[in-house]
Design a protein around this ligand. Structure first.
Ligand code: NAP
Ligand code: HSE
Length: 429
């Protein structure tokens, strides 16, 4: 096929090398699907001496200008990660008239608006399917296949590392530090796993999902973030006992006139919920639309080939448009300016684990603190003594977050309460 489409790739690490492998292995079919050959001409890396696979006929460079200033290259795929210099390279490539594909959730979550407006100004495409859920198609389904719907809820397991850790803690009763070491040894968690375990990686993905689902710009600062660092084996055990599993969820919810709320936090999920079956490093995104009802997208949220699957699909979509002469079709979809509903206004049931003095009247004092805060209790259990204290677990009925906060404040003032060990939302959606 003549007039092949020429690509430059920024980065050839886990995902970049996967993209080269997929293009090499499936190149013939891909060319037929596009109606034209594609060819990777140049790849940008830091270290030119590293041994790399699937580089036959490809120029390796450490100078980004070799890609940005090459008139033959029409698609640039950014797979370096981080903000600097990736953002600058993407903007410069757009200014040079090149379509951009990226897997970079940091850049999309923080600078999506700038990237979209630059793409629009220069009449190029900007696609980022791999930035959420790795290989799972979710951005394109939200922007295209589900665009007839009003989406009212998204709940996603979007971080593989933490899902692996929680799965191991649930299955084997291991404690947090032990499973973190294991996740690192298996190469799931980063050397510095803070972005995973403190929820920031999931928050970036939540901001992207919320922006697309509600057609309004959700900034990273709009996302309430709690990670899994406070989850103890005891919480996992109580969840099991009560018929739940603990998952770290990215939640984006439409509260109508009160606005939209986007948050990342651990939840007690009923063990019958479809997301509860998502184990190990797998990801899944559950959503609710007013036409489709409930739907769930499941698969591998990270890894070389799964993530490359999403990146190469974006390449094919852009290349097809080039072949038929389409101008960029689905640009920024944030046409609304929705209020951000503060966390305090959101509602949930809550699980509260606390250590208290083991003496008469304590349960009454605790019940009064909840009652005075207008928080109704569904159940209270006391099963064991820990370090000389009675361990109490209370589960509330659905209540506004601000009332729960008030109850927690009151509990902390009680001399019989030694400490509140954990408070976790109970998701009954
Ligand atoms: P990675 O393995 O660390 O690879 C990064 C690549 O970029 C390397 O080839 C590196 O060159 C190159 N690079 C980094 N900084 C550079 C610079 N300043 N100049 C030139 N080259 C530079 O990263 P990755 O895991 O493939 O992730 C790439 C992107 O995909 C990130 O945005 C990540 O968040 C996203 N993503 C990753 C996954 C996953 O499973 N890994 C899943 C979904 C999304 P050298 O090879 O010379 O070091
Ligand atoms: N660190 C991320 C995870 C990689 O564990 O899911 C994919 O974005």
């Amino acid at each position: 096929m003549s007039n092949k489409i020429v690509i430059g790739i920024l980065g050839s690490g886990t995902v970049g090398s996967g993209v080269l492998q997929v293009i090499k292995e499936n190149g013939e079919d891909i060319a037929r699907r596009i109606g034209r050959d594609i060819s990777v001409k140049t790849v940008l890396v830091r270290d030119l001496t590293k041994k790399r696979a699937n580089m036959d006929g490809i120029k390796l460079t450490d100078n980004v200008e070799d890609i940005i200033n090459d008139p033959e290259i029409s698609i640039v795929v950014e797979l370096m990660g981080g903000i600097h210099p990736s953002l600058d390279y993407m903007l410069k490539a757009m200014e040079a008239g090149k379509h951009i594909i990226t897997a970079n959730k940091d850049a999309v979550a923080q600078f999506g608006e700038r990237l979209f407006s630059t793409a629009e100004k220069h009449n190029v495409e900007f696609k980022f399917e791999a930035s959420v859920g790795g290989g799972i198609p979710i951005i394109t389904p939200l922007k295209q296949c589900l665009t007839a719907n009003k989406i009212s809820l998204i709940m996603g397991i979007v971080n593989g590392t933490t899902n692996y850790m929680l799965t191991k803690m649930t299955a084997d009763g291991c404690d947090y530090d032990e499973v973190l070491q294991e996740a690192q040894a298996r190469g799931y968690a980063e050397a510095n796993p803070a972005a995973d375990v403190e929820g920031l990686d999931a928050a970036r993905k939540a901001a992207i999902l919320g922006s697309i689902a509600f057609n309004t710009r959700i900034k990273l600062d709009d996302v309430h973030v709690e990670g899994i660092t406070k989850i103890k084996a005891a919480d996992i055990a109580y969840a099991k006992e009560l018929g739940y599993v603990i998952k770290l969820l990215a939640v984006a919810k439409d509260y109508g006139e009160d606005g939209v709320n986007v948050r990342v936090h651990p939840v007690f999920l009923p063990s019958s919920h479809p997301l509860s079956t998502v184990k190990d490093v797998f990801n899944a995104i559950f959503l609710r639309g007013n036409a489709i009802g409930d739907a769930m997208f499941y698969g591998r949220g990270a890894g070389s080939l799964p993530t490359a699957s999403a990146v190469v699909a974006d390449i094919i979509a852009v290349a097809r448009n080039m072949v038929i002469g389409n101008t960029p079709v689905t640009g920024c979809t944030c046409y609304n300016d929705r209020r951000i509903c503060p966390l305090e206004e959101t509602e949930s049931s809550y699980y509260i684990r606390l250590w208290v003095d083991d003496e008469p009247g304590v349960l009454g004092a605790i019940a009064t603190a909840f009652g005075d805060s207008d928080v109704s209790l569904k159940s209270v259990i006391q099963t064991r003594m820990v370090q000389g204290h009675a361990e109490i677990v209370a589960v509330t009925h659905v209540v506004k977050h601000k009332k729960l906060e008030k109850a927690a404040e009151l509990l902390r003032t009680l001399s019989v309460v030694y400490k509140i060990c954990n408070i976790i939302r109970v998701e009954e959606e």
